[in-house]
Design a protein. Sequence first.
Length: 476
Amino acid sequence: MTIRMPRTIIVSNRLPTKVQRNNEGLSFKPSEGGLATGLGSIYRQDGNVWVGWPGLLVEDPAEEKQIAEALQGDSMAPVFLSEVEIENFYEGFSNSTLWPTFHYFPQFATYEPAHWQAYVAVNEKFCRAVLELAGPDDTIWVHDYQLLLLPQLLRQQRPDCTIGFFLHIPFPSYELLRVLPWRRQLLEGMLGADLIGFHTFGYMRHFLSSVSQLLGLPNQNGQVELPTRSVLVDAFPMGIDYEHYVQAAGSEAAQQHEATYREALRGSRVVLSIDRLDYSKGIAQRLRAFEQLLQRHPEWVGQVSLLMVVVPSRDQVAQYASLKQEIDELVGRINASFSTIDWNPIYYFYRSFPLEELAALYRLAEVGLVTPVRDGMNLVAKEFVACKTDNRGVLILSERAGAARELSDALLINPTDLEGMAEALHQALTMPADEQEQRMTAMRELVREYNVFAWSKLFMYQLAYSKVKQNTLATH
Ligand code: GDG
């Protein structure tokens, strides 16, 4: 008889590896994302596994088999999505219904029954894939808004499993959630978990309020009582791999890149902006605020440049294409108005950079300008802080990013208040060195301590605890 040890199964829409098809065949590139790093030590442990979509359309069963075999060696199990599923589940319900609603953009949300049906079907598909691997006593940790129904689907089939769920984006207020025709099913889906985690207490409160108003379920101290069991709800602010960024910033490569950039910029001071292309990130507002800085404080003309990295994302969704156009036009207009023969107000890059170059940009910038109109957490703010190894520099941070709850030593701004943002830029550029150091030191300490490893450990610990508590209550 073989004894099977309980295993931990991580489930997310995307696997932590980028699979690509090129002329030589398939290539597998590990993702450098925060989640992949934070959970690396969990899913790579003996017997554990990460279930998710490899991120490309595969129509040939032989290729599916080849991908599955290659991923198995690195503790991953793929779920393949058809073209129609990518369109209706991923681009449709996930990114055109849930994403805009949860980020307070209901005007961008679509309510297509076909998208909802695909969302249900793909959550069921993920459920089948997990069930093939999960034993009765396993721990399953489900991630993010693409899989809100999965905890409940798993619970129905494996009532004794330990199931955790973490939401990486904001949870909106009841008034936003109630707009969705499928609001009850979504909440019930999440409540299949033993533990539900959010980045902040604010999101957690919104969730509990929706659960009580839509499902009539009360809660006490973050515990929702269901007829047969209880669900624990808590805040777990996600961190970054602090040491990894400190090392990247201190690397020879990053220092060389920094020197090259400095020379090219000829002494101009740098404000840095880095995001995926997304309307939730407030990129257009940021550009307008920078324009206002140059208008209100003309002494900065010729002295300060905005380095703006926009990483291409979701360009199949209509709002993203029109946002790209708006940004292109704004950059063009501002540069045309203010440029001189030897100075550019904005350097705009519509692509991603390798980590060492990113770290060089973080080092180079005196001001990190992070101004989302809504953001679950925002890891860029934390990475900027981690890379400031000399404790200098100023972070300007939107009060509507989850990270603002922790990084209270940043200059906190309201991203709708363009004048306020322009003045915060002026304040950052004139901030005395000792004040910079005081604020930056405090933020670095926090980002170092509450890193991504502490985050995943705490969540797993609480998940195990929530199960022990349930079992104790059940036996009394
Ligand atoms: C979701 C939530 C939450 C960006 N440009 C480059 C690059 N990046 C990396 C950053 C950072 C990541 O992408 C972006 O993370 P964010 O947290 O800022 O934003 P989302 O992608 O929207 O993530 C968010 C997060 O989930 C985690 O829960 O914080 O609120 O929306 O790590 O460094 N990386 C490289 N080159 C680039 O050009 N190498």
